[in-house]
Design a protein around this ligand. Sequence first.
Ligand SMILES: *Cc1c(COP(=O)(O)O)cnc(C)c1O
Length: 340
Amino acid sequence: MKIDFRSDTVTKPTPEMLAAMMSAKVGDDVYGEDETVNELEHKLASMFHMEAGLFCPSGTMTNQIAIKCFTQPMDEVICDQTAHVYRYEGGGIAYNSMASVRLLHGQRGILTPEMIEPEVNEENIHYPKSSLVVLENTVNKGGGKCYTLDQIAAIHHLCAVKGIKLHLDGARLFNALVATGDRASDYGQYFDGISICLSKGLGAPVGSVLLGSAAMIKQAKRVRKVLGGGMRQAGFLAAAGIYALDHHVQRLAEDHQHAKALAAALTETNYVESVMPVETNIVLFDVAKGFKADEVVHALGKKGILCNTTSNKTIRLVTHLDISAAMIDQTIDVISKLAI
Ligand SMILES: *Cc1c(COP(=O)(O)O)cnc(C)c1O
C-alpha cells in the first residue's frame, strides 16, 4: 500500500461525506436555485464576516476571478515571487486580467508593509497602476508558514491608505486558523476577497469558495460564467464542503502533529541537510550534499512513500485526512532506515 504525501489534494471522500453528498437537496445553481450551494456560500461568508460567497470548481478559479474583479487591464498585482497566483495558475493574471505583476521577496513568502510600500507605483502615465496585493496563508512554498493577524492588519492598513485592494489566497486558511488559534470572524475586516479551498486539507473532492462584498460577488458571478465555471446541480459537491466544515476542521491539528513528527525523523538522517520549521501540514526539506532530491524521492517511492521534489535539492511532504497515525509510524520507520 502506498502512503501518499504528494499533496493534500489526494484525499477521497469518507463514507460519511459521501452519504451527505448523496442526500443533498439540489437545484440549478446558475439560476441561484441550488439550496445546498447557497447554504455553503452563506455558511462560509458568515464564518468570515464577509457579505457573500461564490462556489467555484477550483482555487485557481476563485483566485483568478478575484484578480479580475479587483484590477483593470494595465494595472499591476503585487505578490510574493513564490505565490500560487503567479507561479501555478498558468499565466492567468496576464491572460484573464491583462495585468502585470510586481514580485516581492518575502520571508518564506510572508510579506510586510515595509516590503510592499516602495513597490507601490505613484500616479504617473509611465507606470502600471498598483491596484491589488495578494497574500497567501498558509504559504505553500514557504513550507506552510502562517501570517499573524497583526501582520495582516498592518498590510491592510497600508493598502487602505494607498487605495489598493487586498486579496487572500487562503487555499489552506483553515490550517492557519487551527495552528494560530485565530478566529475566522476576524479575517473579513482585512480583505476585499478571500479564496478558500475545500478540496485540500478539508477533504472535499472538489471546490473552492470566493468570499467578498455583495457587489464584488455579483461581478464575480459574471466572471465565473465567462470562464465556464457556472455549475448546475452543484449541491452534491457543496454538501461535501458543508460536511468538511462541520467535521474536518479541528482534526487539522492532527495533520500538523504528523508533519512535525515527520520533520523530527528527517532531521536525524544523513541524507537531509535541513528541514524548514513546520507550522502546519507541509514539510519542506533540503537534501544533504552528495544527494539528489529526485533520487531520495525515488528511494522513498520504492518503499511505498510517495512525495514530490520542489527543486533539485528540495522535497515536499504534505499530511492530510487520509494519512493515519499508523501510516506516520510506518513512514518514520522507512525514513530512519532508508539507505540511498
Ligand atoms: C492548491 C492551491 C490553490 C488552488 O489550486 P486548485 O488546484 O486550482 O484548486 C491556490 N493556492 C494555493 C496556495 C494552493 O496551494
